[in-house]
Design a binder for this molecule. Structure first.
Ligand SMILES: Nc1ncnc2c1ncn2[C@@H]1O[C@H](COP(=O)(O)OP(=O)(O)OP(=O)(O)O)[C@@H](O)[C@H]1O
Ligand SMILES: [Mg+2]
Length: 447
């Protein structure tokens, strides 16, 4: 169990010393700072579990600090401390979201009790939120095709083993979903599932993200920070878009896989972890290996159990159940009655090639649920939206993405205005003739 980190913000050195001593004795990890400005920096850098904040600070005062901290982290419990009993201030602090308000001289018993209660409340909130999110996200693999049955079988077998899995599949095909299912079906299910998107983290930060860093190890490392490997201890680490990891980071990851041991950036202590690695990519890693972009030895280590997710166009028979699944899901989300699609629309959905796979299908259905007022979605509704391929992020050129979006946007606005071109042009602040031209260029069908 990692220790709860308490950030103590007080400009009196004596108070900082006493509080941090007591919290350390009680099994917490205390951090102390003397100003609001420093508190903000620490919360950004080290995400403490709770903050004790003095109201009277030189520089930025406690209330201001509290407001800023709220902006950074809405859930962070903050307990205000004041030297003078001041009801007005207490009311103000609680209004802007302080968990409680304590007066100096502090009774240590009361401080500890309040901190423990606040942490309990926060843990419950985190648990509830995770439960809710799971409900919304519904890690459910919908589909009845032989290909999906095969996939389910592979997931079950791979989940039960402790082996490393490499998930392969096109963009939007369900790689992340399969990663979650593998974790949930494993003996590690009650431990953390930690995700790292190797493509989204800037190169210079990825090592600190994976392995953590010690205080002062590089500019900007104000406090020590745990990395994803440490956070995933006992559980699963999901390395998403592994094909985008630099060669330099690949060799470090390889070493950790071999030794299950690493050091934080700027640290010298060896940290041992027990982590199961699941990785995913939409790249052809073998080809990346032959091009020298991916280490062959790492590829073999990650690819103990390969799982390939079929593209949606290879299993169009799953489309009806997926459509029903998403229509029901969005009906709940948008508090509507469940919609249905006409048989003609279903045929159109089934003959589309879905380059963006399930994510694209899901996006199209979400828009249809929002934009279609009637209970049945007709071919016309779908046709109006079956425009650009919907997933702008699968476009490789900015121009393509911009045009795809422009087309969708114009269709949506036309629809909102009952296909009245003059009115839409006026609202979009463009010439009617210009809108006409766009409608022609994008081949938008006016019903
Ligand atoms: N078989 C399925 N049944 C139900 N929902 C699915 C299925 N496959 C994928 N989804 C949903 O489709 C969306 C896209 O899936 P996911 O994010 O797992 O794809 P991905 O392969 O990781 O995509 P990317 O390559 O863009 O990262 C998610 O909302 C996911 O829950
Ligand atoms: Mg993904």
């Amino acid at each position: 169990m990692s220790k709860d980190v308490v950030l103590i913000v007080d400009d009196e050195e004596g108070i900082r010393g006493t509080l941090s001593g007591i919290f350390a004795d009680e099994g917490f990890e205390p951090f102390t700072v003397a100003s609001g400005e420093d508190a903000i920096r620490v919360v950004r850098e080290a995400s403490p579990d709770i903050v004790l904040l003095d109201v009277w600070l030189s520089g930025m005062d406690g209330i201001q600090t509290m407001e800023e901290l709220r902006e950074i982290d809405r859930e962070l419990p903050i307990i205000m401390i004041s030297g003078h009993a001041n009801v007005e201030l207490a009311v103000k602090a609680t209004k802007i979201g302080a968990y409680d308000f304590l007066e100096k001289p502090l009774s240590m018993e009361k401080v500890l009790l309040t901190v423990n209660r606040a942490l309990e409340k926060r843990n419950l909130e985190i648990e509830n939120k995770a439960l809710r999110q799971n409900l919304i996200k519904q890690w459910k693999l919908v589909g009845d095709s032989p290909k999906i049955w095969q996939l389910k079988k592979e997931i079950d077998m791979a989940a039960a083993s402790n082996g490393r899995v490499l998930i392969l599949g096109e963009s939007g095909s369900g790689k992340e979903l399969v990663g979650h299912l593998l974790h949930e079906g494993s003996s590690r299910a009650d431990k953390s599932f930690i995700e790292v998107n190797c493509a989204a983290i800037p190169q210079e930060l990825i090592e600190s993200e994976l392995f953590g860093h010690e205080k002062g190890s590089f500019t900007g490392a104000f406090e020590k920070k745990k990395g994803k490997f440490e956070l995933a201890d006992g559980g699963t680490l999901f390395l998403d878009e592994i094909g985008d990891m630099s060669l330099q980071t690949q060799s470090k990851v390889l070493r950790v896989i071999e030794t299950q041991e690493f050091q934080r950036v700027g640290g010298s202590k060896n940290i041992k972890v027990d982590v199961r690695i699941i990785s995913a990519t939409n790249k052809d890693l073998k080809e990346e290996v032959s091009k020298g972009q991916f280490r062959e030895d790492l590829f073999f280590r990650l690819n103990v159990i390969p799982i390939k997710i079929p593209a949606l166009r290879e299993r169009t028979e799953d489309i009806p159940s997926l459509v029903k699944h998403f229509l029901d899901m969005f009906a709940v989300e948008y508090k509507q009655q469940s919609k249905e699609v006409s048989s003609e629309t279903m045929n159109a959905l089934m003959s589309h090639s879905w380059p963006g796979n399930i994510r694209e299908l899901k996006n199209v259905l979400e828009r249809l649920v929002i934009m279609t007022p009637s209970k049945t979605i007709t071919h016309g509704d779908f046709f109006a939206f079956d425009s650009s391929g919907a997933d702008y992020f699968s476009c490789s050129k900015l121009k393509e993405a911009r045009e795809a979006f422009e087309k969708d946007f114009i269709i949506a606005k036309l629809k909102e205005n009952a296909w009245n071109i003059s009115k839409t042009a006026e609202l979009l602040d463009m010439e009617r003739s210009n809108l006409h031209r766009k409608i022609k260029v994008y081949n938008i069908k006016i019903p």
